[in-house]
Write a protein that binds this ligand. Sequence first.
Ligand code: FMN
Length: 302
Amino acid sequence: MVDLRTEIAGVRLRNPTMLASGFLDETGGSMARVYQAGAGAVVTKSVGPEPREGYPNPTIVELDAGLLNAVGLPNPGVVEYEHEVRRALTAGAVVIGSVYGKDADEYASVAARMATYGVKAIELNFSCPHAKGLGTEIAQHEDAVRDFTRAVKDVVSLPVLPKLSPNVQDIATFALAAEEGGADGIVAINTLKAMAITPELKMPSLANRYGGLSGPAIRPIGVRAVYDICEKVRIPVIGVGGIGSGRDALEYIMAGASAVQVGTAIISKGLGVFDAIAKEMASLLEEAGFASVPEAIGVAHA
Ligand SMILES: Cc1cc2nc3c(=O)[nH]c(=O)nc-3n(C[C@H](O)[C@H](O)[C@H](O)COP(=O)(O)O)c2cc1C
């Protein structure tokens, strides 16, 4: 029997699957359901200092390649979110708090507040590709990634996990900047900046025009990103992007990820996807002669 337990910067997971930020994580009840359905951990919706409404509809378009979204980071703000996190924790979930801000001070203050709720780690959303001034713009500057990470590290004692954008020339240099800022791990990747047009309407399909592409189309990009990052940094990496099966997850693990996050696949496969991924991983690992997840991490590196 393969041991599926893994660990990220001291956070122990019963299996390597985690709920990605932005899916079924607006309430404590839904996060608890995802955990009960088999996820190793859940990541909260990214929350900021103030409530934020997000963009007008349409905010999500289903494409054959995946999902295009520009929801615009709707969230109730970190203060209002406390009871949702506590509800998920009371139900036994391992919760990682995702935060954003517009500058280093905001990241630090939102993270410090989130850290008091009982979460096991802080994920820094440096990478939303469509919220003006918040995601991509930070993700494009190595100095900002380093300094914002440092600012959060200075005020929280939990593991800090910057989530990076693939919308850059060389994501590994950003991972290095995060490591220099004191990051305890890296999450890669967020969505890719993309666009769809509805010919019948002669206009962009999203109200925001641009959005972020997720789902199966981005998996090879995510796998490459994780592989490159693992060649450059020593801290653990969490892989995310287009994972919907145990085989998909194993690609990321063999590229060097210690755990994986799952988002878009929940929409087509339902909550059972976490258990299905874990079970398939276990049988594939067994067939390949591995007794545990850590044994398989990074084996694709020569
Ligand atoms: C509707 C939607 C909302 C999202 N919201 C967030 C968010 O609040 N914070 C964040 O870091 N990533 C967010 N993401 C990105 C996902 O966490 C993930 O990085 C991305 O979707 C790729 O994984 P997937 O292909 O498994 O969906 C969102 C993605 C979608 C589709």
